[in-house]
Design a protein around this ligand. Structure first.
Ligand SMILES: Nc1ncnc2c1ncn2[C@@H]1O[C@H](COP(=O)(O)OP(=O)(O)OP(=O)(O)O)[C@@H](O)[C@H]1O
Ligand SMILES: [Mg+2]
Length: 310
C-alpha cells in the first residue's frame, strides 16, 4: 500500500478531460447526473428543497453541510434509495425516478457508504468480487475462479496505485483508508461512471484521509464523476472542482473552484452567525480565551463576499 499523504500535486484541480474515456471527450459539457430544483419530504419533514447539482465526468463535486443539512438525503436520491418528491433528477439528460439502488448501479452510479459493506474475515480479493464472483467450468461443475479473481484484483488495485502486500489477508486487517480505497477501485472496475462517497474521511486521521483523497483524485483522473460528501472544507478543497454547501435542506452556496477560496468555504461551513453566538457563549466559560476568535461582522462580511461569486 502506498501510504503517502496527499502530495501538493493532488491538490491541483485537474480540469482536463480524462484521456481514456470516450464519453468525456474535450468540450463535452453534458453532466452525467443533474438535479434541478430537487427536493424530498419525509411525511411532514421537508429534508431537502430546491437543490441544483451537476456531476460531470472527470470532476469532483463536493457536497458540504452541517449535521442534518440534507447531505445523506441528497445522495440517497441519486443512489436510488429514496425518490425525490419535487423537482427533477436527470441521468444523461433523461428524467428518471429510480426505485432501487440496483437501478442506479445499472446506470453506472455506485455508492461507497461509510460502514463499507465488506466481510471483515474474508480476504481482500474475495471482498473485491463480493456478489459478482468470477467462475469457470461448465454447469454443474462450475466453480469459483480463484486465480482469475486474485489476478484481476491485484491488477485493478495496482492500476489505482494501491499496492497491498498480500491480497489473501482478511480485509478487516486493513486500515480504514485502505478499505475505502479498495471500495473505490472495486467501483471503478465494475464500470461506475459516477462514484458517491458519503463522508469517507470522517472517521480517519490526517494520513489515512490523505490516502483516501489520493484515490478520489485517481478515480476522477480515470474519468469518473465523483460526489464527495464531507464536513471538512480542507479535504473538499484538496480535490474538489465544484462545491455545494447545504444548510437546513437548501443549497446556500454552489460555486466552482475558480469562484471560491478555501477561507470562504470554511466560513460558509462554520456559519458566521453561529460561530459568533458560540463565541459569546464560550466567553461566559472561565478559562476559555475567545480574544483571538473573529467577530460576527467579519464573518458575515466574508460570507457575503463569497455569496456574490456563486
Ligand atoms: N427517514 C427519515 N424520516 C424522517 N426524517 C428524516 C429521515 N431521514 C432524514 N430525515 C431528516 O431530514 C433532515 C436531513 O437529514 P440528512 O440525514 O439528509 O442530513 P445529513 O446532512 O446527512 O446529516 P449528517 O451530517 O448528520 O449525516 C434531518 O432533519 C433529518 O432529521
Ligand atoms: Mg448523513
Amino acid at each position: 500500500m502506498t501510504d503517502h499523504p496527499t502530495s501538493s500535486d493532488d491538490a491541483t484541480p485537474v480540469q482536463d478531460a480524462p484521456k481514456d474515456t470516450p464519453a468525456a471527450a474535450p468540450g463535452d459539457a453534458r453532466p452525467i447526473v443533474r438535479l434541478r430544483g430537487a427536493g424530498k419530504a419525509y411525511g411532514n419533514v421537508r429534508a431537502l428543497h430546491g437543490v441544483d447539482l451537476s456531476v460531470h465526468p472527470g470532476q469532483v463535486t463536493c457536497v458540504l453541510g452541517d449535521n442534518g443539512a440534507g447531505k445523506s438525503t441528497l445522495i440517497k436520491i441519486i443512489s436510488g434509495l429514496h425518490q425525490h418528491t419535487e423537482g427533477e433528477f436527470l441521468i444523461d439528460g433523461e428524467a428518471v425516478h429510480l426505485s432501487t439502488p440496483r437501478e442506479a448501479l445499472d446506470k453506472g452510479i455506485a455508492t461507497v457508504y461509510q460502514d463499507l459493506a465488506t466481510v471483515p474475515l474474508m480476504p481482500v480479493w474475495r471482498n473485491f468480487f463480493l456478489g459478482s464472483e468470477l467462475t469457470k467450468g461448465p454447469w454443474p461443475v462450475r466453480r469459483l475462479d480463484i486465480a482469475a479473481m486474485k489476478q484481476t484484483a491485484d491488477t485493478e488495485l495496482r492500476a489505482m496505485g494501491i499496492v497491498l502486500d498480500d491480497l489473501d489477508q482478511p480485509i478487516g486487517t486493513l486500515s480504514g483508508g485502505q478499505r475505502q480505497s479498495v471500495a473505490i477501485a472495486r467501483a471503478v472496475y465494475f464500470g461506475a461512471r459516477v462514484l458517491i462517497l458519503d463522508e469517507p474521511t470522517a472517521a480517519l486521521g490526517v494520513k489515512q484521509s490523505g490516502v483516501v483523497l489520493k484515490y478520489i483524485a485517481a478515480a476522477r483522473d480515470r474519468g469518473l464523476g465523483v460526489i464527495f460528501i464531507t464536513h471538512n472544507p480542507h479535504h473538499a478543497y484538496m480535490v474538489g472542482d465544484h462545491f455545494s454547501v447545504l444548510r437546513l435542506g437548501t443549497m446556500e452556496l454552489s460555486a466552482s473552484r475558480a469562484d471560491v477560496t478555501l477561507e470562504e468555504l470554511t466560513n460558509h461551513m462554520a456559519g458566521g452567525a453561529e460561530l459568533a453566538a458560540l463565541k459569546h457563549e464560550l466567553a461566559q466559560v472561565r478559562g476559555v480565551d475567545v480574544a483571538g476568535l473573529p467577530e460576527e461582522q467579519d464573518l458575515q462580511a466574508s460570507g457575503a463576499a463569497s455569496k456574490g461569486t456563486s
